[in-house]
Design a protein around this ligand. Structure first.
Ligand SMILES: Cc1cc2nc3c(=O)[nH]c(=O)nc-3n(C[C@H](O)[C@H](O)[C@H](O)COP(=O)(O)OP(=O)(O)OC[C@H]3O[C@@H](n4cnc5c(N)ncnc54)[C@H](O)[C@@H]3O)c2cc1C
Length: 386
């Protein structure tokens, strides 16, 4: 008799953890486990700002799927549609070949994409911080702006190349601005002809606070650390338009600038919109045990899913964090195994463990288990040389 087929979509925090746990929970005779993933590695997204800053190498944040999965069949490609009635997932392999993969249980964990808005010039000029390629690009781009500023004979060009804007005051944007500012303030020592005071980092967010999930006090501490280091933080402000060499803010300021890093929020993977199912702000709505109620045998988790946050209650859904995605992966695997064996599934419950925000060098704020911590080392700033 054929073994039941379990197909996991997505090789990120949620998908890999689920497949690993399934390998442990089920004997090889109980099920065939497959994972469809466009890359051969799991990417540790929270460490991308450190890759952009050159503190970590790209290889150190990309862990080979084959190192972590022993008997899961890996299908290199992306899911492009699901027919839940026929129980088929349509996959485009990385060769562009389109294949049908039949399943008995489908675990949807395709994550999220950067959320953009209809702002003139944004898609042409903004850079994201969501893939390894983007992190590496941003690093090269920022360093090349120093080189180009050094080589520029025109003062206006030099000024525009030394101003950098990061949009998004969540942990991704805050860490990116903080870590990259460290890079430029250290690298500028090797450019004796550049005036370090011309280098300006701007962090903007339409929200009135930085990282609201940290709470009022730590959010303010982070803001103070950034401002003392010279990062210009503008809250209640966003970007109105972007050109080759200017960024216009919604408060009317026009900044000469050639670098815009966009981290203002995430949206569920476009795969979710192809499914005729209930969503919560674009994320697939699930029950507490992570089933998609409309479809038999389908589970969803991670950034792509709106999983009820039972620890918070009041109808809240889990925020899109690695912390939740990984733990949901484990519970989803247990529930798939339970469904397969005709046993009872359990609801996902996890009390947030808090957050650590790396502000570059020795600076950081964190809230492990609700305890507020801050580390900040004052430094002398280089004086103007030209
Ligand atoms: C810069 C940055 C910093 C962050 N910092 C933190 C932090 O400090 N703490 C924290 O908890 N969280 C942090 N996050 C958020 C965290 O990384 C995400 O919440 C987490 O990665 C979600 O896990 P996931 O498995 O749902 O999605 P992902 O980890 O994004 O994995 C999804 C996977 O699915 C693949 N995929 C996409 N579409 C398809 C498809 N159609 N078919 C097959 N596969 C597909 C993707 O390539 C990817 O490998 C950060 C995110 C970013 C971008």
């Amino acid at each position: 008799m054929e073994r039941p087929r379990i197909l996991v979509v997505g090789g990120g925090f949620a998908g890999v953890e689920c497949a690993r746990r399934l390998e442990r929970r089920l004997t090889p005779g109980e099920a065939d486990i497959a994972i469809v993933a466009p890359f051969s590695y799991e990417l540790y997204l929270p460490l991308l700002p450190q890759v952009a800053a050159g503190v970590l190498t790209p290889q150190s944040v990309a862990v080979s799927l084959r190192r972590m999965l022993r008997r899961t069949r890996i299908i290199p490609g992306g899911a492009i549609g699901v027919d839940p009635q026929a129980k088929v997932c349509v996959i485009r392999k990385i060769t562009d070949q389109v294949v049908d993969e039949y399943y008995d249980y489908l675990v949807l964990a395709p994550g999220s994409v950067t959320r953009t808005f209809d702002i003139p010039g944004l898609t042409d000029h903004a850079r994201g911080m969501k893939t390894l390629a983007e992190a590496a690009y941003v690093r090269d781009h920022v360093i090349s702006q120093l080189d180009l500023a050094d080589a520029a004979t025109d003062r206006d060009e030099r000024i525009s190349r030394l101003q950098f804007v990061v949009v998004g005051g969540g942990y991704a944007g805050t860490e990116t601005a903080a870590c990259l500012q460290r890079v430029t303030s250290s690298a500028v020592k090797r450019y004796p002809r550049l005036n370090p005071n011309l280098i300006k980092w701007h962090l903007v967010d339409i929200a009135p606070k930085l990282m609201p999930e940290l709470g009022d006090k730590l959010g303010k501490d982070a803001l103070e650390i950034l401002r003392r280091r010279g990062i210009q933080v503008s809250l209640g402000v966003s970007v109105a338009r972007v050109d080759d060499d200017t960024v216009t803010f919604t408060d009317g300021r026009v900044l000469p600038c050639r670098t815009l890093i966009w981290t203002a929020g995430v949206a569920a993977s476009p795969l979710i919109a192809t499914m005729d199912a209930e969503t919560v702000r674009g994320r697939l709505a699930t029950t507490a045990d992570m089933r998609v109620p409309q479809f038999d045998g389908v589970f969803a988790l991670g950034d792509a899913a709106a999983v009820p946050d039972l620890a918070k209650g009041g109808g809240a859904v889990c925020p899109p964090t690695a912390q939740h995605a990984q733990r949901q992966g484990k519970t989803a695997a247990d529930n798939v195994a339970a469904a397969l064996r005709g046993q009872t599934m359990r609801p996902y419950y996890h009390k947030d463990l808090g957050l650590v925000v790396d502000l570059g060098g020795a600076d950081a704020v964190s809230k492990p288990l609700g305890v507020e911590l801050k580390a900040w080392r004052p430094r002398a700033w280089p004086a103007a040389t030209t």
